[in-house]
Design a protein around this ligand. Structure first.
Ligand SMILES: [Zn+2]
Length: 245
């Protein structure tokens, strides 16, 4: 301990003790031994403060979800709707699901503030001649659109954004086994297949526990990612519409 330090601490310590409200005055009656002991306590403060560590705080999942929702809503506000994308709707093969419900839910998904509207577009259903055609298809009819489409999953082929009726009604075993809900699956599959039409290929999980990109093949395997039915910030571009990130 250097002499100047001792003098400085002693001076500051005495000053603090003299002017601290609620602390008994030590100026007139405190013995030199008591004062020395109090100054020694003050001298230990810097190392005690340095040794103090802030506890590590972990955000609970509900807070992360809430923050993500608020961020998406804020981004939705920032992206004024400047372009209307039109689509018509049809069925293919034997349909047992409610077509009215399909149209209503698909339109709600496409125009949800968490979704592709963040590109600054809105989606309007038209009777015919839309920019793309949204299809609800019997599973066995999927291959009629393209040899690249299979009976097990949904698909996009040219102007057709095709939702496999079996997936619409029952999601997939891996999705269900991981605890995903059917409503989230429906959001995801409409956003994913429309994402292909917008110009996107497939994405991979960016890290365990991270939200999956909507263009990840979540129907098949989450790869350690968490369900995510909506495009992530890095997916907000469309070569089809000429919109860059
Ligand atoms: Zn795909």
């Amino acid at each position: 301990m250097c002499m100047m330090c001792s003098v400085t601490y002693a001076t500051v310590g005495a000053g603090l003790l003299a002017f601290s409200p609620g602390v008994p005055s030590t100026t007139a009656t405190t013995s030199p031994q008591t004062l020395t002991s109090q100054v020694a306590s003050l001298q230990r403060l810097p190392s005690a403060i340095a040794a103090f560590k802030m506890p590590t705080l972990t955000e609970p999942q509900w807070l992360k979800d809430q923050n993500a929702t608020e961020l998406a809503a804020a981004q939705a506000k920032k992206a004024p709707i400047s372009r209307v994308v039109t689509y018509d709707v049809m069925t293919k093969g034997a349909i047992t699901a409610s077509f009215a419900e399909f149209r209503t839910q698909a339109n709600a998904t496409l125009n949800d503030g968490r979704g592709w509207t963040r590109l600054g577009v809105s989606f309007h259903e038209v009777a015919s001649g839309g920019d793309f055609t949204l299809v609800l298809s019997e599973a066995s009819q999927m291959t009629s659109f393209s040899s690249g489409c299979g009976v097990d999953y949904s698909c996009r082929a040219g102007r057709y954004v095709i939702i496999n009726q079996d997936r619409w009604q029952g999601a997939t075993p891996s999705w269900n086994n991981a605890g995903g809900s059917l409503s989230d699956y429906r959001h995801m599959v409409v956003n994913h297949e429309t994402g292909h039409w917008l110009g996107h290929g497939h994405a991979s999980c960016s890290g365990a526990g991270q939200p999956a990109q909507v263009m990840q093949q979540q129907s098949i395997d989450l790869q350690g990612c968490a369900f995510n039915a909506w495009p992530t910030a890095s997916e907000l571009w469309s070569s089809q519409l000429g919109i860059t990130v």
